[in-house]
Each structure stands twice: as structure tokens, then as C-alpha cells.
Design a protein around this ligand. Sequence first.
Ligand SMILES: N[C@@H](CCC(=O)N[C@@H](CS)C(=O)NCC(=O)O)C(=O)O
Length: 211
Amino acid sequence: MTTPILHHYDTSPFSEKVRLMFGLKGLAWSSVVIPVIMPKPDYTPLTGGYRRTPSLQIGADVYCDSQVILAELEHRFPDPTAVRGGLDWAINLWADRLFFQTTVPVIFGELGDNVPADFIKDREALSGRPFDTAAMKAAEPAPAPDHDAANPQQLTPGQTVAVMADDYGRDPIRGTLVAAARDRTVIAREDPAVGKVHVHFPKTGYLVFPG
Ligand SMILES: N[C@@H](CCC(=O)N[C@@H](CS)C(=O)NCC(=O)O)C(=O)O
């Protein structure tokens, strides 16, 4: 059988999935390291213009996207099983999309000024959005829910409050009221270890005290 050729680069997490798959199945494979940013003149003719990483070549077949790569490897090399149906694919898709997107600002916010300018320019072109590592680092709380001005305690945003569980673990959590919303209480806190955060508690099971 023709040896699979992975077109990839070291720091690509989607490529790492495929490299792990090779390891799990004990497969021999060949490696072609491709550029991290455009242009990729030796790569895009193979894929028809697909620039993302990785792709897998087996003979005259080129598989673009780790989803179809894993499916093809599972199909061609079923033993030992690495990916079963259903839940495995659901988790795979969740990790590729939601989880991956969540990790990007965490990693690149941490790298900050060490991210090369040409990489930033490339990823802005790729996503069509600003790739602002300073903004990634300074994560802001999400927009607060609507404050319920008719809340029974007449609490108002900006006042200092303490929130505590009404059963156990009754340590008061102090902060500035952001919103006494219909379903939750939101307070703002600032701590040198974590920066500025909004902390959310459900209404049920938690007491709120002014001051
Ligand atoms: N859904 C694709 C996502 C691939 C992806 O986003 N790869 C990143 C690298 S890990 C990428 O293509 N970055 C731009 C590039 O390499 O040019 C897959 O599962 O393979």
C-alpha cells in the first residue's frame, strides 16, 4: 500500500490529531512540512487552492481537513479502532470548532508581542477579522444581562453587595453590583491575580446583602 503523506507543520493542532492517529494505529507515514502562512506555492496546486493545514495525500487522492483525514485513515486501517461512530465524531467536531476557537485568544494573548507581524497579517486575511493579541489578552466580561429595576430588594447597579449561598459554603463574596437580573445576580470584582471579572450567581439558593 502507498505510504500516506501528511502535509503539515509542527505547531498545527489539527495536524497533531492526525499524527496521533498514525501513532495509535502504528502506521508508517511520510512528512511534508508546509509554510505556516501564505504563500504555499508547492501546496495549493495539490489541494486545488485549499490553504488550511493539514492535508493527507495517499497516491492520487488528497484529503483536505482533519475530519475527512481521520475518516479515511479509519476506513483504510480499521485495526486497531481509533474512532468509533456517534459520540467520537461529536466530540471531535466540538473540539475542532468551539474548543479550538476558545483556545486561540488564550494562546495568542499570552504570546502577545512575540507573534510575528507577518503571521498576524496572514491570519487577518484568513479570518477577515482583526487579529489583535492585546485585545485577546485583555478579555472583557460579556455584556451584562438586563438589571431588573423592580427587584424586591431595590438593589441598584454600582452599589457594593455581598452574595452568599443560603445552605453551606456560606462565605460572602463581595463586589459591585452589575445587575440584579431576573434569573441571576452579577457582581464585578477586580483581583490582581485574575484581573477584572464578572461573577454570576443564580437567584435561587443565594442571598444578596447590601454593603
Ligand atoms: N477544519 C480544519 C481546520 C484546519 C485549520 O484551521 N488549520 C489551521 C492550522 S492548525 C490552519 O489552517 N491555519 C492556517 C494555515 O495553516 O494556513 C481541519 O480540521 O483540518
